[in-house]
Structures are given as structure tokens and as C-alpha cells.
Ligand binder design. Structure first.
Ligand SMILES: NC(=O)c1ccc[n+]([C@@H]2O[C@H](COP(=O)([O-])OP(=O)(O)OC[C@H]3O[C@@H](n4cnc5c(N)ncnc54)[C@H](OP(=O)(O)O)[C@@H]3O)[C@@H](O)[C@H]2O)c1
Length: 276
């Protein structure tokens, strides 16, 4: 394995990004770890990472980071792992335009902007890897997760198109589709739920009680895996001469993938409705 390859990872303050940053470093990569808060940047520096500060909601911070990454790598960034994102819970009927827009700003528009600003150097170098942390919810829709579903479905669509357009450039695009993975995802989703959804006045207030309990619980959802399951897929996406287009991680991802292939829509709806 080439020990000189640089990888930029977004959202390294916690969860999957944090684990993957350490795993890649251990494997010999030069990891440029990014986070949006100064205290996380300081912590990551003490852990031995090169760092850049990126808030995906802030185009200026993306511009600055792109320049810093170019300087750090001499314009030779090998890979970008677009990992940072959050989940906005709430029924579709309770989503304000602002909440939906905010979900897209982070999960799609910021991710897109960062990608296209780093892409020209990869194309010029005739090699590169773009790895998108999507989700099982990037192809299977569940209730009360409409904003997140929409953002990840959109990420899948954009990535599929990008992959076709980059054919022959030496730059590969892969999607990782994890199901439940241990991280701070639920905790962060709970904050967004309380911040942006008028829980008390919703037609679905009763259902939301369950949702709140679920988000507050520290009990793992069935088939939850550790973040090393994503790191394994990431290694392959970075190192295989023929990286996969999609990496399905966790049992629920495989299960929903196959059920969607074989079941008629209405039957599939029944399955999807059985998930709280
Ligand atoms: N955990 C799961 O079950 C699961 C399943 C499928 C897919 N995923 C995907 O895995 C990825 C990582 O999530 P995770 O599970 O590791 O959750 P997490 O622990 O909540 O980590 C999310 C990361 O994204 C960052 N982030 C959020 N908004 C940002 C913004 N505007 N700009 C820059 N960074 C931002 C967070 O930073 P702060 O600390 O500053 O908020 C944090 O570092 C996400 O793409 C998620 O959709 C997770």
C-alpha cells in the first residue's frame, strides 16, 4: 500500500469519521481530519492529525479549507471521504422549508461544493477517490426520516451521475451505505428534532413520544455495528483497483436492498412501515 496517500475526511469530531480517521492513519495514510468546531480541531491536532476546519454550511469555510488542503498536499489529494452529515427527524408534514433546506445545505450542497472544488486537482493527477457516506436510507425510505431520506437519495443520484461523468479520468466514486452504526448520530438527531419540529402541536404528537424515547435511548437498534464496519468498506474503496460502486454495510442494508428488488411496492411499504 502507498503510505504517502492523503485522504481528507469530513466530520471527524465523532462517530464514523473519527474512527475512520484513526484507522486510516494506522494503515499508513496521511489523514487530513476536518471538523467545524475549534475545540475538535485542537483535539485532533493533539492526536497527530493534519487538520482543516470545515463547516459544510459555510461556503467561505469550504473555500479556505480547499486552499489549505491544496497547500498541505501540494495539490495531490488522493481521496475525499464525504462523511459529515446529520439526520433531521420529523414527519414530512411537519418539516418547514428552513429545516429541509438546512438538511440539504449540510448533507448535499456543502458536500457537493467541497467535492467539486477538490475534483480538478484529482482529474489533473489522473487518479483519485471520492467516497460518499450515504446510508441504507439513501435507497429505502422510512417514516419520520423524510428530510434525511431525501438528502441521502439526492446524494446517491448526484454520485451516480458524477461516476458516469468521471469515467476514464482515473477518479472513482463509491457510495457506502451503512445501516445502524454506533456513533453520536442519534444524539445529534435528537437536538435537531427538538430544535426544528413543533412536536407538541403535531398531528403525530403521540408517535413522536416513541420517536423521542428512541432517540434518547442508549440501547442499540437491532443489527447495530461498530464504525470499523464502515472503515473496512472505506479501505476497499481507497485501495482496490476496481472499487465498488456501492458498499452495503450491516444486515438491514442488505435485507432492504434485496427486498426492494423482489417485492412489489405495496408489499415493500408494509415492510418499511414495520420499522419504527
Ligand atoms: N450512525 C449511523 O447509524 C449511520 C447510518 C448510516 C449512515 N450514517 C452516515 O454516517 C456519517 C457519519 O455520521 P455518524 O453516524 O458518525 O454521526 P455523528 O457521530 O453525529 O457524526 C457526524 C459528523 O458530521 C459533522 N457535521 C454535522 N454537520 C456538519 C456541518 N454543517 N459541517 C461539518 N460537519 C458537520 C458532525 O460535527 P459536529 O460534532 O460539529 O456536529 C460530526 O463530526 C453521516 O453521513 C451519516 O449520515 C450513519
Amino acid at each position: 500500500m502507498n503510505t504517502e496517500k492523503s485522504v481528507l475526511i469530513t466530520g471527524v469530531s465523532s462517530g464514523i469519521g473519527y474512527h475512520c480517521a484513526h484507522a486510516l492513519k494506522k494503515r499508513g495514510y496521511r489523514v487530513i481530519a476536518s471538523a467545524r468546531k475549534a475545540e475538535d480541531i485542537a483535539r485532533l491536532q493533539t492526536e497527530g492529525f493534519d487538520t482543516v476546519k470545515i463547516d459544510l454550511d459555510d461556503p467561505d469555510s469550504i473555500d479556505r479549507a480547499v486552499n489549505e488542503v491544496k497547500a498541505l498536499t501540494g495539490g495531490r489529494l488522493y481521496a475525499l471521504f464525504n462523511n459529515a452529515a446529520y439526520g433531521q427527524p420529523g414527519a414530512v408534514e411537519d418539516l418547514s422549508r428552513e429545516a429541509l433546506r438546512a438538511q440539504f445545505e449540510t448533507n448535499l450542497f456543502g458536500t457537493h461544493e467541497l467535492t467539486v472544488k477538490l475534483l480538478p486537482a484529482m482529474i489533473a493527477a489522473k487518479e483519485g477517490r471520492i467516497v460518499q457516506n450515504s446510508s441504507v436510507l439513501g435507497f429505502a425510505a422510512l417514516r419520520y426520516r423524510g428530510a434525511y431520506n431525501a438528502s441521502k437519495f439526492a446524494l446517491e443520484g448526484l454520485s451516480d451521475t458524477l461516476r458516469l461523468e468521471l469515467e476514464g479520468t482515473g477518479v472513482h466514486v463509491s457510495l457506502i451505505e451503512p445501516g445502524p452504526v454506533r456513533s453520536r448520530f442519534r444524539e445529534n438527531a435528537l437536538k435537531k428534532f427538538l430544535e426544528n419540529i413543533d412536536i407538541k402541536h403535531s398531528r403525530l404528537a403521540g408517535r413522536y413520544e416513541k420517536k423521542l424515547a428512541q432517540l434518547k435511548s442508549d440501547k442499540d437498534a437491532p443489527f447495530t455495528l461498530g464504525p470499523e464496519s464502515v472503515a473496512k468498506a472505506l479501505f476497499h474503496a481507497l485501495e482496490s483497483p476496481r472499487p465498488k460502486i456501492r458498499y452495503r454495510v450491516t444486515v438491514p442494508t442488505h435485507l432492504f436492498f434485496w427486498l426492494k428488488k423482489i417485492l412489489p411496492d405495496r408489499l415493500m411499504d408494509r415492510v418499511l412501515k414495520s420499522v419504527e
